[in-house]
Design a protein around this ligand. Structure first.
Ligand code: MN
Length: 492
C-alpha cells in the first residue's frame, strides 16, 4: 500500500525543486471529498486515488498529471464539481480530470455501451494522451484489488485489460506498465495456464538468473578493461503473460525460450552500445539471425536498443539488450517519457506527429464505422492484434497486424499505391498479392499505372480496415458508374 508520503518522496527524488504544496492540497481535497466512502475491498476510497497517483509518480510524470490522478474520481463519485476543481487547481488539472470523467466508469452494459466508451476514449487520447496514462494507472489499481469483485466482473475487467488496455500501453511504448497489467489480468482470464507457467517456470527462472549473474560479472570486466562507463546492468525476468504467449508459439517448451532472463545493459551513449556489441561478440559467439539493431531501425512505438543472443559459457544461450540512458527511459516509460521533468524546459504537451499517427488514423476510421460489432472487431485487428514490422525499400519500418498482405502494405503507404498495385516483391522475390507478410520482410509494391483499381476479391484476404474501406469504396463507386451507364442506355 502506497502512502501520500511515498508519492512526495518519489517526486522530490526525480525533481528536487518540484512544488509539492499543490499536491498536498489535492490530497487533502480528495480525502475530504471521498470521506466515508469505501471500496469493495473495505479500504478507504481515497486509497485508490493515492495508488493511481503513485503509479503516475513512478512514471515520473508532470505534477499536473499526478494531481489529476489524485482527483480523478472526485467529480464522478462526490458532490464536488469540475468548476470547483478548476478554481482550486487550475485549468490544466481540470482539463485532465474532465477527460477522465467523460470516459466515465466503464459500465459494461452490453456491446453498445462498451463500443461507445472505447470511441470516447480514443477521442480523449487524441486530445491529451495524459488522460489515457491516468486511465491506465487507475486500471492497474483496479486489477490489484480485483479479488473483491464478483467473478463475472473480474472476468470482464481482466479480459478487457488483455484485449484493450495492455495493447494501448504497448502501442504507447510503456513496457513496464504493459507487463504489469497483463500479468495481473492473466491470472483471472487463464487461471490454469497461469498456474502452469508459475509452477514450471519458477525453478528454471532461478537457475537461469544465477547463470546470467555469472555472465553479468564477466561483462562488468569487459566494460572496465575497455574504459566504458557502466550506467546499469541487471538480469530482466520475462513477465509471465508474455512468456506464456511465447510458449504457445514454441510448443510450450521452456528450452526454446532464450529470453526467460535477458541481460539488460545501459551504457552512456550510442557509440558505447555498438562498441559493447562488438566486444560481446568477440567473447561469445552470436546465434545467427538474432542480432537486432533497433537503434538504426527503431520499432514503430519508438523502442530503441541493440539485441543479440549469444552462446554463453558452456554453450548456454542468453539474450543481451544494450541501450543508452535515453533509450532505457523510453523503453520503460514510452510516451510518458515525453513529459518527464526537464530543467529549464517549458514543456509542450503536443506529441511528435509520428507518435500520434495511429491514433489519428484510428479516429478517422472510427467515424466511418457505425456498426458497433464491426467497430470492435476492426479495432482488435487493426490496432491491437499482434503486430508485425516490415520494411519499405527505403528502410522505413511499417507496422501492420499479423497476417497482413502486400495489399495492406500498399494501402498503408498511400491509397493510390493500393489502387494501382499489381504485384509485389518480398525480400526480392515476386509473390502473389495474398501472401502473408512476416516481421522483417522487405516489401516492394509493383505498380501498374494503367490499372483501373482494386478488385472485389481482394476483400477476401486483406487484413486492415484501411485497405478494406478503400477497396469497398472503389467497388461501390464502380458499381455506381456501371449503373449510371446502364440507366442512360435504357433511357436512350
Ligand atoms: Mn478510479
Amino acid at each position: 500500500m502506497a502512502t501520500f508520503e511515498d508519492i512526495k518522496s518519489i517526486i522530490i527524488k526525480n525533481n528536487p525543486e518540484a512544488e509539492v504544496a499543490v499536491l498536498q492540497r489535492a490530497y487533502d481535497f480528495a480525502t475530504q471529498a471521498h470521506a466515508g466512502q469505501k471500496r469493495l475491498d473495505g479500504s478507504d476510497y481515497v486509497q485508490h486515488a493515492i495508488e493511481t497517483a503513485y503509479t503516475l509518480a513512478q512514471m515520473n510524470l508532470d505534477l499536473d498529471t499526478i494531481t489529476a490522478g489524485l482527483l480523478h474520481d472526485v467529480p464522478e463519485d462526490t458532490a464536488v464539481t469540475l468548476d470547483e476543481i478548476k478554481k482550486e487547481f487550475g485549468a490544466e488539472v481540470a482539463k485532465l480530470v474532465r477527460g477522465i470523467t467523460k470516459l466515465g466508469k466503464l459500465k459494461y452494459r452490453g456491446l453498445e455501451r462498451y463500443a461507445e466508451n472505447l470511441r470516447k476514449m480514443f477521442v480523449a487520447m487524441a486530445e491529451d494522451v495524459r488522460v489515457i496514462l491516468i486511465k491506465l494507472a487507475d486500471r492497474l489499481h483496479n486489477l490489484q484489488t480485483l479479488d473483491a469483485l464478483p467473478p463475472v466482473k473480474q472476468q470482464r475487467i481482466a479480459r478487457e485489460t488483455l484485449e484493450i488496455y495492455a495493447p494501448i500501453a504497448n502501442r504507447l511504448g510503456i513496457g513496464e506498465l504493459k507487463g504489469k497489467l497483463e500479468d495481473l489480468a492473466f491470472k483471472y482470464v487463464y487461471p490454469e495456464e497461469y498456474a502452469w507457467v508459475v509452477k514450471n517456470a519458477k525453478a528454471r527462472l532461478d537457475e537461469q538468473l544465477a547463470y546470467v549473474n555469472t555472465i553479468i560479472e564477466k561483462m562488468k570486466d569487459l566494460l572496465k578493461q575497455n574504459n566504458i562507463q557502466l550506467i546499469h546492468i541487471h538480469g530482466r525476468v520475462k513477465h509471465y503473460y508474455s512468456l506464456y504467449r511465447k510458449l504457445l508459439r514454441k510448443d510450450m517448451d521452456l528450452n526454446k525460450v532464450y529470453d526467460l532472463v535477458a541481460i539488460r545493459l545501459v551504457v552512456p551513449d550510442v557509440s558505447a552500445c555498438y562498441h559493447m556489441l562488438g566486444l560481446i561478440h568477440a567473447q561469445w559467439k552470436p546465434l545467427p539471425g538474432r542480432i537486432k539493431d533497433y537503434i538504426a531501425q527503431p520499432k514503430p512505438n519508438g523502442y530503441r536498443s541493440l539485441h543479440t543472443t549469444v552462446f554463453g559459457d558452456d554453450g548456454r544461450i542468453v539474450e543481451i539488450q544494450i541501450r543508452d540512458k535515453a533509450m532505457h527511459e523510453h523503453a520503460e516509460y514510452g510516451i510518458a517519457a515525453h513529459w518527464h521533468y526537464k530543467e529549464g524546459n517549458k514543456k509542450s504537451f503536443q506529441l511528435p506527429p509520428e507518435q500520434l499517427k495511429w491514433i489519428t488514423e484510428l479516429l478517422e476510421w472510427q467515424k466511418e464505422i457505425k456498426d458497433n460489432e464491426q467497430y470492435l472487431s476492426a479495432l482488435k485487428i487493426d490496432t491491437f492484434q499482434n503486430r508485425i514490422f516490415v520494411f519499405t525499400p527505403k528502410g522505413d519500418v511499417i507496422d501492420l497486424p499479423e497476417n497482413a498482405t502486400p495489399v495492406d502494405f500498399a494501402y498503408y503507404i498511400h491509397s493510390d499505391i493500393g489502387n494501382k498495385c499489381s504485384g509485389a516483391r518480398v525480400n526480392e522475390k515476386i509473390v502473389t498479392l495474398d501472401t502473408k507478410l512476416a516481421s522483417g520482410d522487405l516489401v516492394e509494391i509493383i505498380i501498374d499505372k494503367n490499372r483501373a483499381g482494386p478488385t472485389e476479391d481482394w476483400l477476401e484476404f486483406v487484413k486492415t480496415n484501411m485497405a478494406k474501406s478503400h477497396i469497398k469504396s472503389y467497388v461501390k463507386k464502380k458499381h455506381g458508374r456501371l449503373l449510371g451507364i446502364f440507366s442512360r442506355k435504357k433511357e436512350g
